[in-house]
Design a protein around this ligand. Structure first.
Ligand code: NAD
Length: 436
């Protein structure tokens, strides 16, 4: 099939590349000329494990091409995917200007029947808006389908190639059949393609993300309570997670959820509720609790150093919002960095992939180091913000030699509290008692 993907970010590039992998001819369109130039030269502009291999293979096979021209995209694809940003607007709602802007342009350029597929995460009713926006510009027939994406950064290729489910919101048999044909190779193991109406599809995505954000937030509250009463959240987590109704996943407490999806999607669903006279009380709490949780280590650090961080140096391990990505959007590390800089601390930072993006944001305010140990040189404490696997078994003796003081504030509970007792470090983590 001939496919065009408009917007070539984390979702669009993975979608385009994986659809090329199953034999489709894919043209990816992006407004960012530098990005398109890079991709045309064979450079993957983001870090996403395993993407490079598929990217190279499909470019070589001439199944994957890149352009800045939407007109070319409209000529090429029978199915046009929109994988455009839907960032948080000032009032918390989803900013639909990218999606509706593209819809207007599509309306002006469309010459024959196309299926326009919305892969961006959008509020209930957006399909209708896209439909109306295109129809204002043209009489050419087209269908709009809602096809929310559930891939996770860091596992995006695997998630796309072997999805647990594919959701298709459509009221057109013609469009539904095309979508089923396109996705058939990805569900050979029997995972479902779930067909529903557009509104339910749009809401499915927000409901899934908001539920997961709520699950994390619930565990963060349990963790905070564990600290107050002397319980150990790791044990509580295992005790709870073995109940199959609860499940083991997404029960790990930490310094809050971040990323390009959960924060904005929870807020957008909350706002969407308000617009439809429904008060999502639970989401309001989730948003508030997560804002506090992102900075939960700060008062502990300030108190440990007697309210004065001016002449203190901190090593920060992990800047991306989660491991295996270079994405720093809404990363808890950024909030911690901002707060520590405000209080006059010196910061040596290290992340395996996200340093270039952090440098774009903080410039020369931070010391960027080339490995995790270099970051700890002369540090008064180490702060762990992202659970990259290379941080899981450090050489504690080396750390001790490097650091001015043996103190670790661990926002991701990477180490066993019992083990830490024998290392001679002050160790402060989430939902567990601090040890010396
Ligand atoms: P992104 O910011 O990484 O990529 C968006 C791309 O669109 C950028 O390359 C940008 O240059 C391009 N763009 C902007 N305006 C354009 C235009 N008019 N024409 C062509 N290209 C244009 O965004 P993303 O993370 O890929 O997210 C896209 C959508 O998918 C969002 O709605 C997001 O909520 C949703 N989503 C994201 C993820 C994720 O893990 N990142 C997962 C599921 C769903």
């Amino acid at each position: 099939m001939k496919i065009s993907v408009i917007g070539t970010g984390y979702v669009g590039l993975v979608t385009g590349t994986c659809l090329a992998e199953t034999g489709n001819e894919v043209l990816c369109i992006d407004i960012n000329e530098d990005k398109v130039k890079q991709m045309q030269q064979g450079i993957v502009p983001i870090y996403e494990p395993h993407l490079d291999v598929l990217f190279e293979r499909n470019i070589k096979a001439n199944r994957l091409r890149f352009s800045t021209s939407l007109e070319e995209g409209l000529k090429h694809g029978d199915i046009i995917f929109l994988a455009l940003p839907t960032p948080e607007d000032e009032d918390g709602s989803a900013d639909l200007s990218y999606v509706l802007g593209a819809a207007t342009d599509i309306g002006k350029l469309i010459k024959d029947y196309k299926v326009i597929v919305d892969k961006s995460t959008v509020p209930v009713g957006t399909s209708e808006k896209v439909q109306e926006t295109i129809a204002k510009e043209t009489d050419v027939p087209f269908d709009v389908v809602s096809n929310p994406e559930f891939l996770r950064e860091g596992f995006a290729v695997d998630d796309f190639l072997k999805p647990e489910r594919i959701v298709i919101g459509s009221s057109s048999d013609r469009a539904t059949q095309l979508m089923e044909k396109l996705y058939k190779p990805f569900v050979r193991s029997g995972n479902p393609i779930i067909i529903m109406d557009e509104k339910s599809a749009e809401l499915t995505k927000y409901a899934a993300n908001s539920f997961l954000a709520t699950k994390i937030t619930f565990m963060n509250e349990i963790a905070n309570f564990c600290e107050k009463v002397g319980a150990d959240v790791d044990l509580v987590r295992i005790g709870m997670g073995t109940d199959s109704r609860i499940g083991k996943r997404f029960l790990f407490p930490g310094i809050g959820y971040g990323g390009s999806c959960f924060p904005k999607d929870v807020k957008a669903l909350h706002k969407s509720g308000k617009e439809n006279n429904y008060d999502f009380d639970i989401l309001n709490s989730v948003i508030k609790i997560n804002d506090v949780q992102k900075k939960v280590l700060i008062p502990r650090i300030v108190s440990y150093f007697n309210q004065n961080l001016k002449d203190k140096t901190f090593a920060i391990w992990g800047l991306a919002f989660k491991p295996e990505t270079d994405d720093i959007r809404e990363a808890p590390a950024l909030y911690i960095i901002e707060e520590l800089l405000k209080q006059g601390a010196t910061l040596n930072v290290f992340d395996p992939e996200a340093m270039p993006n952090v440098k774009k944001k903080f410039g020369e305010q931070l010391n960027y180091t080339s490995n995790m140990y270099e970051a700890t040189k002369n540090a008064d404490a180490l702060i762990i913000c992202t659970e990259w696997s290379i941080f899981r078994t450090p050489d504690f003796n080396k750390l001790k030699q490097n650091m001015s003081q043996p103190a670790i504030f661990d926002g991701r509970n990477l180490y066993d509290v019992k083990d830490m007792k024998s290392t001679g470090f002050y160790y402060n983590s989430i939902g567990r008692q601090a040890v010396n």
